[in-house]
Design a protein around this ligand. Structure first.
Ligand code: TLP
Length: 349
């Protein structure tokens, strides 16, 4: 049997489908900085319609989507409130501060959604003595909280506090379609809990590049300026938007398979008592395992798994992360689970 390498590092590793490649080849294009790319315009209309917002803006990455949102909502010197493990805080190289002069206030929330009472404490502070809170950022699904789908009620509770204090809410919805499947709802309902939402085409949905930022028409009009300032104004970007249209029209339903595969992985790993893994902790396409419980560091475990041709990533010193995706089918998931279980058993015995 030929040797296989199974890549569960992230859903960002997915390859564009053949249909995407064909659509890219034949895409009708124009200068998007003049609003003249028909394929980008089509993608933006589709995104706005799916998420129930007035307008959408195509951006190269999820990171840029988040940063355009933060910089559009806030002014230099403002603070924003977000979970301490939020992607915006943890992975985006300090962009909100470096580019927007915005400071983060982080709230540690195990389930990925800051507690509204804690947020309210900051919102009601005396504006003469404390910096203005310009924005609240949520994340759904929450990457560093094990891909958790944050329930709508929690988001709505946060939104009502935000409305009360007239502070906008931005949602990093990089994996909003995964969240919708897990919550049994429509992306529109999730997006309805926020003023703006960024989401990615290039993760589980398999497009090679691209994210969208959605919000009100006024917000997007301002966001166009910020995107330009950040160097994100693209030209004949219909070439990549074409793949994005396929992602939105043909790739969202199949995310369920990724969730089922993650459940399978979690179930197999949960058989190992010393991992103390609770399968029910995972409701989307990620499985996070604390390998410190088997006496390993996460980077070390990642290295050993790689020697067995299983590629995974780590979140910190103790936790590894496995992300199911459309390029790893059930047969390969079963194969990977088998190798990982054997590997762990050989470590503990
Ligand atoms: N996440 C990547 C890495 O950056 C960690 C991954 O492998 O999961 N928001 C969320 C919630 C994300 O998970 C990511 C990417 C982004 C934003 C940024 O998207 P890109 O990579 O397109 O800038």
């Amino acid at each position: 049997m030929p040797k296989r390498c199974i890549d569960l590092r992230s859903d960002t590793v997915t390859q564009p489908t053949l249909k995407m490649r064909e659509a890219m080849m034949y895409a009708e294009v124009g200068d998007d900085c003049a609003g003249e790319d028909p394929t980008v315009n089509r993608l933006q209309s589709l995104a706005a319609q799916l998420l129930g917002k007035q307008a959408a803006l195509f951006v190269p990455t999820g990171t840029m989507g988040n940063n355009v949102a933060v910089l559009t909502h806030t002014n230099a010197g403002n603070t924003i409130i977000l979970d301490s493990e939020a992607h915006i805080y943890y992975y985006e190289c300090g962009a909100i501060s470096a580019l927007g002069g915005v400071m983060p206030i982080t709230i540690n929330s195990d389930d990925g959604c800051p507690n509204p009472d804690q947020v309210e404490f900051y919102l009601q502070r005396d504006p003469i003595r404390f910096p203005k809170i310009g924005l609240i950022c949520l994340e759904n699904t929450h990457n560093r909280r094990g891909g958790r789908a944050v329930p709508l009620e929690q988001m709505r509770d946060m939104q009502s506090v935000a409305i009360q204090y007239e502070v906008p809410v931005h949602l990093d919805g990089a994996r909003i379609f995964n969240a919708a499947h897990a919550l049994g709802t429509q992306v529109k309902d999730i997006a309805d809990c926020a003023d703006s939402v960024s989401f990615c085409l290039s993760k589980g949905l398999s497009a090679p590049v691209g994210s969208l930022l959605v919000g009100s028409s006024d917000f997007i009009e301002n966001a166009i300026q910020v995107r330009r300032r950040l160097g994100g104004g693209m030209r004949q970007s219909g070439v990549i938007a074409a793949a994005g249209i396929i992602a939105l029209t043909e790739m969202t339903d199949r995310l369920v398979e990724d969730h089922e595969n993650a459940q399978y992985l979690a179930k197999e790993l949960a058989e190992i008592d010393s991992l103390e893994l609770d399968q029910t902790d995972f409701d989307t396409n990620m499985v996070v395992v604390n390998v410190q419980k088997i006496g390993m560091t996460a980077p070390e475990f990642v290295r050993i798994a790689r020697e067995h041709d299983i590629r995974i990533s780590y979140l910190d010193q103790d936790h590894i992360r496995l992300v199911t995706n459309c390029d790893v089918n059930r047969e390969n998931i079963e194969y990977a689970a088998d190798i990982l279980v054997k590997l762990i058993r050989s470590i503990i015995n």
